[in-house]
Write a protein that binds this ligand. Structure first.
Ligand code: PAF
Length: 297
């Protein structure tokens, strides 16, 4: 697949939506498909798995790096969110990414910006309930990224399962010519789901954070042993997090695989959603329940 970027030069940096549009239009005219990987930076192996899938499937790859203030509520970690633009650009150069779209907040939301995109009908649980306004912020920035990129494949990680559902709905509803591609959760060998926020944890905090993986394993174990009550399976997972002194449970919910509404009865493929706070860092995790216990994902 063609790529103008080299590891030394890194990807071309674009700061304005108009510049990005000009590039993608030129690629489109040359018959080249475009892959977009939207991120907030502080890139880890989970992001790089999205980038590599995009490199395999598309002629050109754009990664956006933008810590989106609209999706952080008051008192959340917008200022503390990890940022590492030079490290990210080096990583993207090594992956042969063509362009990195990293606008300043004032370029994304100039003075007077007054539009919000809202996707209705999402079940009031998980991140929807815990972070009011969060998904309106996500939907608004993702719509802007899709509009600036134009027709493309856009790559998202399954760890943000509710975000994935929102983005899929939005892409279908708005006829933007965007095909959403979803890749599995990437974990460290001990099971911790990769997250940019993991950088904020001490070694002890990281050990505490493993309770999310243990909670998922416990729910899977109970499911594999025949438990089918969704509230009970959620309680099994919650109890594991509550037993970890370094973690504070936010929620544990078992949801329907198709529409992520709260399930009463768990089926193979039902999904566990989890969130907890460790050392003040909010972490989420998710996984499918399936007939056999253990395994990754
Ligand atoms: O998943 C993320 O990193 C962000 O929510 C996204 C999709 C880049 C929008 O800011």
């Amino acid at each position: 697949m063609p790529s103008t970027a080299t590891a030394e030069a890194g990807p071309e940096r674009l700061a304005q939506a108009t510049e990005l549009r000009r590039r993608t239009l030129a690629w489109g005219r040359a018959g080249e498909t475009v892959g977009l990987v939207p991120t907030m930076g502080a890139l880890h192996a989970g992001h790089l798995a999205l980038v590599r899938a995009a490199r395999r499937q598309c002629a050109r790859v754009v990664v956006s790096i933008f810590v989106n203030p609209l999706q952080f509520g008051e008192g959340e970690d917008y200022r503390r969110y990890p940022r590492d633009l030079s490290g990210d650009l080096a990583r993207l150069g090594a992956e042969g990414v063509d362009a990195c779209y990293c606008p300043a907040p004032e370029a994304m939301y100039p003075e007077g910006f007054a539009t919000r995109v809202a996707v209705s009908g999402m079940a009031r649980l998980g991140e929807v309930a815990a972070r009011p306004g969060h998904f309106e912020g996500v939907a608004t920035v993702v719509t802007k990224l899709f509009a600036a990129t134009g027709p493309c494949r856009a790559y998202f990680g399954e760890k943000d399962a509710q975000q994935v559902a929102l983005v899929q709905r939005l892409a279908r509803d708005l006829d933007l010519g965007v095909e959403v591609v979803v890749l599995p959760v990437v974990r460290d060998p001990d099971g911790l789901a990769l997250s940019s926020r993991n950088r904020l944890l001490s070694a002890a905090g990281r050990r505490s954070a493993l309770c999310l993986w243990r909670a998922l394993a416990a729910a899977r174990e109970a499911f594999a042993s025949g438990a089918r009550s969704a509230p009970r399976l959620a309680r099994v997972a919650a109890a594991v997090v509550q037993q970890e002194p370094g973690a504070e449970l936010d929620y544990a919910a078992v949801v329907d695989a198709a529409d992520l509404s709260r399930a009463q009865r768990a089926e193979p493929g039902s999904r566990l959603l989890l969130a907890a706070r460790v050392e003040g860092v909010r972490l989420i995790d998710t996984g499918l329940l399936r007939p056999e216990p253990g395994g990754q994902g």
